[in-house]
Design a binder for this molecule. Sequence first.
Ligand code: GDP
Ligand code: IMO
Ligand code: MG
Length: 422
Amino acid sequence: MTVKIIVGAQWGDEGKGKITDILAEKVNLVVRYQGGNNAGHTVVVGDKTFKLHLIPSGVLYKSVTCVIANGVVIDPEVMFQELSTLREKGVEITPDQLKISSLAHVILPFHRMLDSKQESDRGSNKIGTTGRGIGPCYTDKIGRVGVRVVDLLNKERLARLIRQREWDQVLGTAVNLDEVIESYVAFGQRIKPYVVDSSLFINEAINSGKHVILEGSQGTMLDIDHGTYPFVTTSNPVSGGACSGAGIGPHKINHVIGVAKAYVTRVGEGPFPTELNDETGEKLRHRGAEFGTTTNRPRRCGWLDLVGLRYAVRVNGFTEICLTKLDVLDDCDSIKVCTAYRLANGSIVTEFPLDYDEFTNCEPIYEELLGWKVDISQITDYDQLPPTAKHYAAFISERVGVPITMISVGSRRHQTIHLLEV
Ligand code: GDP
Ligand code: IMO
Ligand code: MG
């Protein structure tokens, strides 16, 4: 029995989908524990590209059961659309292969409307959300006025929960409650065969010796507690969120795998010390195809930030790191790595500043390493990497104090270097 948590180490889009898919080959269960369809996890197999939003990234193996656990927020319309897109691509998913928590909260059309209303009300302080209703749905969950999957199976309760929220007042516009109630009752009937007590299901699997991956979405810097608040999402992507989001005890966890890009990207607003608003940033965006999987927005790009990565190691307790997209740096003559920040008052810090103004106004201090200037995208053996690429990986590992167990050099499964068995 092994239980591994996969967590984004930066601001999301680190390549969690690819890493989960690779590790899923050897496991029985892949569980999504938080977030919703704000996530976009890409898995490339052969000539097919799968963009997964709610369905766990283990779905391409018949031998894997996928679980959407209690910590996730589910938009049923999006989920059924995703299942039908998968079907069109030859992946048919039965209720045997997909289990959905009865306790997961449900995104209503009103949550989506409120998400965009709140963003426009914020004006120049907007967060740049994905507009999927994620924030308003989690807000209702914490406010104890949310709708859960179990409620979709009980028409009276569902109608009462939806009506009591007084959506026309919240949204400042008339809404058709009856229509939404009817359509969500219908979703309830479709979702019913998939619904389980997911904590019980996952714990029984672990206790019977099964291998489990808990797949996080977003990333550490988007965490509601530990991220760059208020420019964050509304859940806990960090490893601690996996236990509450899946209903398992921390002593069951064997590995906490941080997925870190060899540089950094961010979608949406908020501070980003190593951001490159120049030709180099443009080159990273172009070479890394850095456009959002969910919203297609151009991702902001910058150099690797080891202050942030060390912080991610700490708050997640990473036991190892998978370093992704190293091939994107193939073209660079030299590569900068941020190892400290200079604050506005002139002091130099190596721990992540928690004060929002300090972080927003800090300046990155870089060390510069040599590039390798060769195509590494077909290398599968660590020893074959150019010495400067090995040095880059070793430098990162040494500075953050955890081993790198995998290096990804392309979006396909075979474009992966395994350093140590995870
Ligand atoms: P996730 O949200 O963390 O799963 O990441 P995304 O799927 O949103 O974004 C990662 C993008 O990079 C996807 O288009 C992947 O196919 C791609 N990708 C993953 N690993 C690598 C890699 O090592 N090299 C390159 N060039 N692309 C990669
Ligand atoms: P994956 O799982 C990158 C960002 C949004 C916005 C902020 C809040 O693919 O890594 P939300 O809609 O969650 O309220 O938006 O979080 N964001 C992501 N950025 N990858 C993601 O998911 C993201 N999910 C949300 O851009 O800045
Ligand atoms: Mg993504």
